[in-house]
Ligand binder design. Sequence first.
Ligand SMILES: [Zn+2]
Length: 95
Amino acid sequence: MDRFLIVFIIIVSYIVLLFILRYLEIGAKKESSAWSNCCPDCSLALNRVQRLYKDKIVYNITLRIFEYKRYRCKACGWEGLRWGKNYKSGKSKKK
Ligand SMILES: [Zn+2]
């Protein structure tokens, strides 16, 4: 079989997989009635922490379709990457 075709199929399936992850909101911010972004373990508010070098790699290999940010939970110590669902609409002004 053509090697180029195999590589092409792998790339296309990877892109499809990323959009499935986005559609299923895997790794997205979790919302509660009290917080717009809360801990997946204990549902308390998360704090922004500085991104690590590996986070930038993850951001790039996922074709930058997820706006990842690193968060930490003060209550239980959970730390990880979350991405926001409302893509680039955070700065919209209310009239
Ligand atoms: Zn927590």
